[in-house]
Structure formats: structure tokens, C-alpha cells
Design a binder for this molecule. Structure first.
Ligand code: NAP
Ligand code: GCO
Length: 265
């Protein structure tokens, strides 16, 4: 049956930063496909409140607090997951931050914090779970990249540096681990309506016009759009897809832009 391709029954999926936003959408989608869901965050409050939302979606999730940048906390967290839920079959490195600061105004410490969370943390967690995947000759790793893995723009230098690096870290994980039947891919969302983009989306922010003009689909993406792509990369349907970044962007990367007008030139 074609649906068996997307059946995640019996699989354990860890989604970092899964208490809201894109991470929650991914977790809900993978849970609906049968996976046992584990979400992490650094906020006790968000870990507690998300359980209610997941329950309303018919999902019992295992929640775990750890800072994805801490090797010690990651090791302790994964050990707890392996003991209480099972070995991690699907890792979604979703947790991430952005700081919108022009380069000359940005403290190097700000740059390093974004790199630590958005680029080094996916490495830390993948290094902890990949050995088990390699031993079992089965695993899926999904790194949350961005259209900023290939584009820059004013004020997001740290973020684009991290997401660009994550695109190539995904490629290098593939070079070393694909031979063990581990598939490592990225997802590159375009502009998605979440808390992270609220500052440049809400209150008639002019950035809205830019997103509408540059996105051929003519809308902001929804977290569920990304969740659907994650289901493909977490399932048997993508067993020969490796080192790839799947852009979920409404066509923005395909579009140089156009002049608004009668002929949309
Ligand atoms: P979001 O609403 O800001 O959620 C980010 C999540 O990461 C939050 O749950 C946050 O926890 C968690 N997190 C941050 N630092 C952490 C740490 N040190 N340890 C553990 N968890 C941590 O962002 P989003 O829009 O859902 O985006 C999710 C991912 O998609 C990010 O990697 C982002 O870069 C990427 N992305 C987003 C867009 C977009 O348009 N929204 C586009 C492309 C890529 P707290 O809330 O407790 O801080
Ligand atoms: C920004 C946005 C973007 C999105 C996303 C686009 O300030 O330009 O936050 O960076 O988060 O990464 O794909």
C-alpha cells in the first residue's frame, strides 16, 4: 500500500525546539503518521503548555528540557530518551534562533550565539544519535536549514552563516553516514508565519510587501507546509534522497522578482 511508505509506526522521533512553531507542526505530522514523539525545549513553561496542545491533537508527547548547545545536557537527554522511549530513529534538528543586527553593530558574542545554536548544536546532537543509527543500519536526520542557506540579506549575517554552514554540514554527514542506510537531509523553509518572523510580518511591516512580491505563491508559508515536507524526509519514501535540502518556500528561490503592475513585468 502506498500509505505504508509514510507509516512511521514504531519509530521514535526527536524534534528539538518542538514546543511551538515549525517544530510543533513537524512533531504533529510525524505523530499523526505513527511515530512516538519526543520534543525538547529550554523553557519549562513551554514544555508544560505544549503537552496540552499535543493532547488536543491526540498525541502523547515525551517532553525533555535540555540546551541543545550543551554536549553534557544533550548526552543526558538522549540517554533518558533511549531508556524511557527508545533509540532515536528520526532526528529533526529544528531548534534555532535569529538575531537581526547589522554586522557593524553586532557583537561577536551575538554572532557566536547564533552559530552555536543554529549550526554547532545540530552537530552535537547528530554526533550523539548517529552511532546508534549506524549500528542499526537505519536512521533519518533532518537539519532545519533555510532559504538563507543560499541567500543573504541585511542584518541576518549570523543566521545566514549558520544556515549556510548547516547546508554543507548536511552534505558532509551524508558523505560519511549514507553508506550505513542513514539518510541526512535539510529542509529550507522560505518565509513561514511563526513567532520567529512575527517582528517582520505583523503590524503592516513593510517586509510583508517584499515577501508577497518575491514569493510566487503570494503568501507566507504555514508551519504545516514544513511539517508535510518533514514527513517525506522522515519516511521510507525518501530512502534514496540524501544530502539534499528540500526548499519549502512558495517558489521564492526560483524567482528573481518582478515589477508590480498591469502586466506583472
Ligand atoms: P521559533 O518559533 O523561534 O522556535 C524556535 C524553537 O527553538 C523554540 O522552541 C525555542 O525554544 C527553541 N530553542 C532556541 N534555542 C534553543 C536551545 N538552546 N535549546 C533548545 N531549544 C532552543 O522558530 P520557528 O520559526 O518555529 O523556526 C524553527 C526552525 O526553522 C529554526 O531553526 C528556524 O531558523 C528555521 N526557519 C524558520 C523560518 C521561518 O520563516 N519561521 C524559515 C526558515 C527556517 P524557546 O521558545 O523556549 O526559546
Ligand atoms: C528574516 C527571516 C528569515 C526567515 C527564514 C527565511 O529575518 O529574513 O527571519 O531569516 O526566518 O530563514 O527562510
Amino acid at each position: 500500500m502506498i500509505t505504508e511508505l509514510f507509516d512511521l509506526s514504531g519509530k521514535v522521533a526527536l524534534i528539538t525546539g518542538g514546543t511551538h512553531g515549525i517544530g510543533m507542526a513537524i512533531a504533529k505530522t510525524l505523530g499523526a503518521a505513527g511515530a512516538k514523539i519526543v520534543v525538547n525545549d529550554i523553557s519549562d513553561e513551554k514544555l508544560a503548555s505544549c503537552k496540552i496542545e499535543y493532547k488536543e491533537a491526540g498525541l502523547d508527547v515525551y517532553t525533555l528540557k535540555f540546551d541543545v548547545t550543551s554536549e553534557e545536557e544533550v548526552d543526558t537527554g538522549i540517554t533518558e530518551i533511549e531508556k524511557n522511549v527508545g533509540p532515536v530513529d528520526i532526528l529533526v534538528n529544528n531548534a534555532g534562533i535569529i538575531k537581526r543586527i547589522p554586522i557593524l553593530e553586532m557583537a561577536v558574542s551575538d554572532y557566536k550565539q547564533v552559530i552555536d545554536i543554529d549550526l554547532v548544536a545540530p552537530l552535537i546532537i547528530a554526533k550523539r544519535v548517529a552511532p546508534g543509527m549506524i549500528k542499526r543500519r537505519s536512521g533519518k536526520i533532518i537539519n532545519m536549514c533555510s532559504m538563507m542557506s543560499v541567500y543573504g540579506r541585511n542584518s541576518v549575517s549570523a543566521y545566514a552563516s549558520a544556515k549556510g554552514g548547516l547546508k554543507l554540514l548536511t552534505a558532509n554527514m551524508t558523505c560519511e553516514w549514507a553508506k550505513y542506510n542513514v539518510q541526512i537531509n535539510g529542509i529550507g523553509p522560505g518565509y513561514i508565519a511563526t513567532a520567529q518572523t512575527a517582528p517582520i510580518r505583523e503590524g503592516n511591516h513593510p517586509f510583508n510587501d517584499l515577501v508577497m512580491t518575491r514569493t510566487p505563491a503570494g503568501r507566507w508559508g504555514e508551519p504545516e507546509d514544513v511539517g508535510n515536507a518533514a514527513l517525506f524526509l522522515a519516511s521510507k519514501a525518501s530512502d534514496f534522497v540524501n544530502g539534499h535540502v528540500l526548499y519549502v518556500d512558495g517558489g521564492i528561490l526560483a524567482n528573481f522578482g518582478y515589477v508590480k503592475g498591469e502586466n506583472d513585468l
